[in-house]
Design a protein around this ligand. Structure first.
Ligand code: VGL
Ligand code: ZN
Length: 212
């Protein structure tokens, strides 16, 4: 079995371990809470950790509640293309937007907030859903000299997937720690995500493959 030993050129990117994505949350990811202890353990093996935080204004355009007659999980045509409508979630400053209380977020060297523009969603930690607006993360990671990024968190088929694909596009090696992620899985989106991440050249492994 391949053992990966994180080096100084590696960074762990922990995606959206927030209350609203936990099983009792507004946009529940099944078993989302199961990854928290595993991510805490993973972080011990990394010198460098970055965390992302979904961070929407309360009238974010992706919220079905802002559109009479529309329901969560339906799809609309946004000016930039297809967009899924979501239940209200991760509203800036609310308890739902806070990290899971057990997540050791203090270990993160950077907390990158995304999705704060009312009219643009941002699944990826690198580039918003209009595929034009950068979050600044590429510059940060490049300037710090990281070459390989490990991904864990929620949700495998949205924010993790889009972040992994963009990481590859930006020229980073990308490794997805599969058992430290969980999916929403809308209409086959988990299988599609696995295929897309693999085609993008991401490496899949399990937490136990990481030498501590
Ligand atoms: C996410 C849908 C909407 C995620 C965030 O973290 O995967 N999914 N906002
Ligand atoms: Zn969101």
């Amino acid at each position: 079995m391949t053992r990966f030993r994180p080096t100084a050129a590696d960074c762990l990117v922990v995606v959206d371990l927030q209350n609203d994505f936990m099983p009792q949350g507004a946009l529940a990811v099944p078993e989302g809470d199961a990854v928290v202890p595993l991510v805490n353990h993973l972080m011990e093996g990394f010198e460098h950790v970055v965390a992302t935080q979904d961070w929407h204004p309360r009238d974010h355009f992706s919220f079905a509640s802002t559109r009479p007659g529309r329901a969560p999980f339906e799809t609309i045509e946004a000016p930039y293309g297809r967009q899924t409508l979501w239940p209200d979630h991760c509203v800036q400053g609310t308890p739902g937007a806070a990290f899971h209380p057990d997540f050791a977020a203090d270990r993160a060297q950077l907390i990158l907030r995304k999705g704060f523009r009312r009219d643009i969603d941002s699944y990826s930690a690198f580039c918003e859903n209009d595929r034009r607006t950068p979050t600044g993360l590429t510059g940060y990671l490049r300037e710090r000299g990281f070459r390989r990024l490990f991904f864990a968190g929620l949700a495998t088929d949205f924010c993790v997937r889009w972040s992994v694909e963009d990481a590859r596009r930006e020229g980073f090696e990308a490794v997805i720690v599969e058992d430290a992620c969980r999916a929403i899985d809308l209409e086959g989106s988990l299988a599609a995500a696995q295929t897309a991440m693999q085609s993008a050249g991401a490496v899949r492994l399990r937490a136990a493959d990481l030498a501590g």
